[in-house]
Design a protein around this ligand. Sequence first.
Ligand SMILES: CC(C)(COP(=O)(O)OP(=O)(O)OC[C@H]1O[C@@H](n2cnc3c(N)ncnc32)[C@H](O)[C@@H]1OP(=O)(O)O)[C@@H](O)C(=O)NCCC(=O)NCCS
Length: 175
Amino acid sequence: MLLIQQATLKDLSTLLYLAQETFREKWTPIDGKELVEGYIQQNMQISHFQNSLQNPDISFWIAFWQDKPCGYLKIVRNAIPNNYTHLGKSFLQIEKLYLFAFAQRLKIGSELMKIALQVAQNENFDVIWLGVWSKNEQAIRFYEKFGFQKISNWIFVMGDKICEDEWMMAKVLPN
Ligand SMILES: CC(C)(COP(=O)(O)OP(=O)(O)OC[C@H]1O[C@@H](n2cnc3c(N)ncnc32)[C@H](O)[C@@H]1OP(=O)(O)O)[C@@H](O)C(=O)NCCC(=O)NCCS
């Protein structure tokens, strides 16, 4: 059974666990331990989540599958990518959407995506966007299914590595 709940400070340890472990599971086989651990050290410590959970522009949802935490969604309001103001005035970023492998392809990602789209609609955002590695085909197929399109190339910094083979994908929302 699937349960999704919005995270609060009492979920700090679950969120930290999910963020670090889903990131390790996904990227260590591709990018190697050193880069992944460097990124986690710089961006995924308890203080980052404490601060984010208290920032009104940031929200997290946690998914539980058969009572096990299995993935999470992080959205950031008003994170406006440079030079894309022609797409709209207000931007909502899906900054992280990660499930453990054991929970993939069960429509849990779809449920988390629906939450992000609902927030975008309720709060009248013009554009919802995200960055994705251009070779992450499963994620790209998933985003395309929800109407996201590649807008441009993108850069993601993982430790000392500047990943230039990233895409920015976006969906312009109806008013
Ligand atoms: C990408 C991700 C969030 C998708 O969530 P999910 O719950 O596995 O996907 P869903 O079951 O909701 O799939 C919805 C649709 O997306 C597409 N899709 C999802 N996974 C896919 C895959 N591996 N290959 C091809 N299409 C896929 C399909 O169209 C699917 O519909 P279908 O099952 O009816 O064919 C999830 O797989 C994930 O967390 N992956 C690892 C972390 C990651 O890469 N996150 C994105 C970083 S940018």
